[in-house]
Write a protein that binds this ligand. Structure first.
Ligand code: ZN
Length: 203
């Protein structure tokens, strides 16, 4: 199973990290060992002092494909949910400065939380759907998928030019503005539309 993540897919988030809005999707990957499910706790890693949450809409691929055209892309996924792309922001800043790859900041164990998924059919318009992240019951991130720079279908078309997509692969589609730090003892809850996708502690 492959996990693709998209950087800078919401203009307001790109701006808050002083990044330019990209012409092509910024794509990076996480290994399957990054996944946390079932509201299991996330243990604060010892190599960072600035672990950040990034709530994201996550798409699950349901059909194998390569060179998928944008107009057919919607046939290649059937479920969406929410996830958290955990990022060691201090490490990422160092790597960016040196022009090095991001794995040490993005691909560590437990860096890809995924919540409950639902059939795409349960949503009126998945490209106009709200999602929220609450930290200790305070809303810290709010997004609408209509603000994506690259739509889900465009992302699938773009990524599948590079890699064959297989059943079960996941795409984290980027975070809206409002990213910030967590500490031990925090509780994170993700709400997609009105449905709670995840609710887990940092320990
Ligand atoms: Zn992200």
């Amino acid at each position: 199973m492959k996990i693709f993540c998209i950087g800078r897919n919401y203009a307001a988030h790109a701006a808050e990290l002083n990044n330019e809005v990209p012409e092509n999707p910024v794509v990076f990957m996480k290994p399957d060992t990054a996944v946390v499910k079932n509201n299991d706790p996330v243990y604060y890693p010892d190599f960072t002092n600035d672990l950040h949450y990034e709530v994201e809409l996550v798409v699950r691929i349901s059909k194998m494909g390569k060179h998928i055209e944008e107009k057919f892309a919607s046939k290649y996924y059937d479920q969406i949910g929410l996830g958290v792309d955990f990022t060691a922001r201090d490490i990422q800043a160092e790597l960016k400065q040196k022009g090095l790859p991001w794995e040490r900041a993005k691909a560590f164990d437990q860096s890809a939380v995924i919540g409950q998924f639902w059939s795409v059919a349960e949503f009126e318009d998945i490209q106009n759907t709200t999602f929220e992240l609450y930290k200790n019951d305070v809303r810290v991130q709010f997004g609408n998928t209509m603000d994506m720079i690259f739509t889900i279908n465009q992302l699938i078309a773009n990524i599948s030019k590079m890699c064959t997509l297989k059943v079960g692969d996941l795409i984290f589609t980027g975070t809206p503005s409002g990213v910030g730090p967590v500490k031990k003892g925090d509780q994170l809850r993700g709400v997609l539309n009105t449905k709670v996708s995840f609710d887990f502690p940092i320990l």
